[in-house]
Design a binder for this molecule. Structure first.
Ligand SMILES: *Cc1c(COP(=O)(O)O)cnc(C)c1O
Length: 485
């Protein structure tokens, strides 16, 4: 990389250099003070960098190559499903009839877009086994909060104001207790048993009159299918609570099993995970929520319906929890998910599940001799290994993750779930080839050998990246985001 590309854009600045050429002014020049009140006229220069178009192109092109994404390399971030985003999704999302419409256009002029949204709702209803789906929420956590607000409205409509507690397993994704808290509930934690599943005795201990809901991730974050779901469902329902399914990652049950059939009342999906919406850079997500019939009155409004004269938004929903998002959700992500579902078809979606599970089990078995396997059983779409053995040699899981960067990989999720020491949570996804899986496994095996023979190589990694090891706490808590001379 050329040195100039490592300089900040401000450091490349040369007084008087410009990146544009505008035609000579051919209208009378007017003093700003004739147009604007004095207070609005800037006195100081905004201090923008002065660079040529070529300078700026090289600068940002060089910066863009420092990113890691699914289009540049393997990204096995557990729970987050960094699968390939098919480019046909992008082509469809850019069709002018989808890309250039405005949410305030009259309904009769956007019937095609509304039909796509309606059909997507129907597909997701079928996939989840629920009675209907709303597309409004903008992310998984937003879907969780929306679902919990509906559960809260349901209990309040029944006069059950004393149902203030949401039960969450200790292996749950961090957004679950956070959403429950923001929705005004108190979180109660249930333990996992020695098999990594929800401990039924502990669940019996905490369930009661004050239970509003149980939130369950299945397969859980250890990649294990909760075997006692039907028993849990009847425990919660008998106590008068509702069952919430965190379906952010549906890669292990898609076209195989349905939350609705397991007794769940609410489920959210992450279209930006399972359904191939590009994500990871803070881009728009979509977290549709499916509900059973008795929660339908509380759906966010407006509700998209199909009438005699076409599709329309129904605002006449007196019991609705209200809007949860301006307009109607992140439409562009819905177009991509719809395209994906239609491209795959039911058999294709079934193959997704089978291959996701096969890939994860293949990796787990090949890694098992080299790392500790806290739960030695078949996994679903992801699995956890532990770096306990390497820690005894002075090499932490964080070091292993940093060393993976030298091999060109994004590290897996680490130190989560919290109930596994020195945890690495690996989700290969179904879109990767056996060669890619093998190369990644070989890298991890090599690192485990280095931990024994030359631990300093791992402890001091990464060696090949532009930025070496950072103080992660300081970088997160006190980031310096702007240029200071
Ligand atoms: C990603 C994820 C979430 C949160 O989804 P966001 O879109 O990031 O808000 C919730 N639960 C599970 C299991 C997840 O993997």
């Amino acid at each position: 990389m050329h040195n100039e590309n490592q300089a900040l854009i401000f450091e490349l600045s040369k007084e008087g250099r410009v990146g544009h050429s505008l035609p000579v002014l051919d209208i009378p020049e007017v003093e700003l003070s004739e147009l604007l009140p004095e207070t609005f006229i800037r006195k100081d220069s905004p201090e923008l960098p002065e660079v040529s178009e070529l300078d700026i192109m090289r600068h940002y092109t060089a910066l863009s190559t420092r990113n890691h994404g699914v289009d540049s390399g393997f990204y096995p971030l557990g729970s987050c499903t960094m699968k390939y985003n098919p480019k046909v999704n992008e082509v469809v999302a850019r069709i002018p009839g989808f890309a250039h419409i405005h949410p305030l256009q009259p309904e009769e002029s956007v019937q095609g877009a509304l039909e796509l949204m309606y059909d997507l709702q129907e597909h997701l209803t079928e996939i989840t086994g629920m009675d209907t789906v709303t597309l409004q929420p903008a992310a998984g956590a937003h879907g969780e909060w929306t679902g919990l607000m509906m559960i809260r409205a349901y209990h309040e409509a029944n006069g059950d104001f004393h149902r203030t507690k949401v039960i969450v397993p200790d292996s749950a994704h961090g957004t679950n207790p956070a959403s429950a808290t923001v929705a005004g509930f108190e979180t109660v934690t249930v333990k996992s048993d020695e098999n990594g599943l929800v401990d039924l005795d502990d669940l019996k201990r905490v369930v009661g009159e004050d239970t509003a809901a149980l939130m369950l991730t299945n397969p859980n974050t250890l990649g294990l299918f909760e075997e006692n779901i039907l028993e849990m469902a009847s425990l919660i329902h008998e106590a008068g609570g509702k069952l919430y399914y965190d379906g952010a990652n549906l890669n292990a049950v898609l076209s195989k099993a349905r939350p609705g059939d397991m007794g769940f009342d609410v489920v959210h999906l992450n279209l930006h995970k399972t359904f191939t919406g590009p994500h990871g850079g803070g881009g728009p997500g979509s977290g549709p929520v499916g509900v059973k019939a008795d929660l339908v009155p509380y759906l966010p409004k407006p509700v998209l319906e199909k009438g005699e004269h076409g599709y329309f938004f129904n605002y006449d929903r007196p019991e609705s929890i209200g809007r949860v998002k301006p307009y109607y959700g992140n439409f562009g992500i819905n177009v991509r998910a719809y395209t994906y579902i239609r491209t795959m078809g039911p058999d294709g979606l079934k193959a997704v599940t089978e291959n996701a599970v096969l890939n994860a089990n293949y990796m787990m078995r090949r890694l098992a001799p080299h790392f500790d396997l806290p739960y030695d059983r078949h996994c679903k779409h992801e699995f956890v290994i532990s770096g306990r053995r390497q820690k005894k040699l002075g090499v932490r899981t964080l070091d292993i993750a940093k060393r993976l960067l030298d091999f060109g990989y994004h590290p897996p999720t680490i130190y989560f779930p919290l109930n596994v020491e020195e945890c690495m949570m690996i989700e290969p996804t179904e879109t990767e080839s056996k060669e890619t899986l093998d190369a990644f496994i070989d890298a991890l095996i090599q690192i485990s050998r280095e931990a024994e023979e030359t631990p300093e190589i791992v402890q001091e990694a990464p060696h090949t990246t532009v930025v070496k090891r950072m103080d992660e706490t300081l970088a997160a808590r006190k980031p310096v985001l702007r240029y200071q001379k």
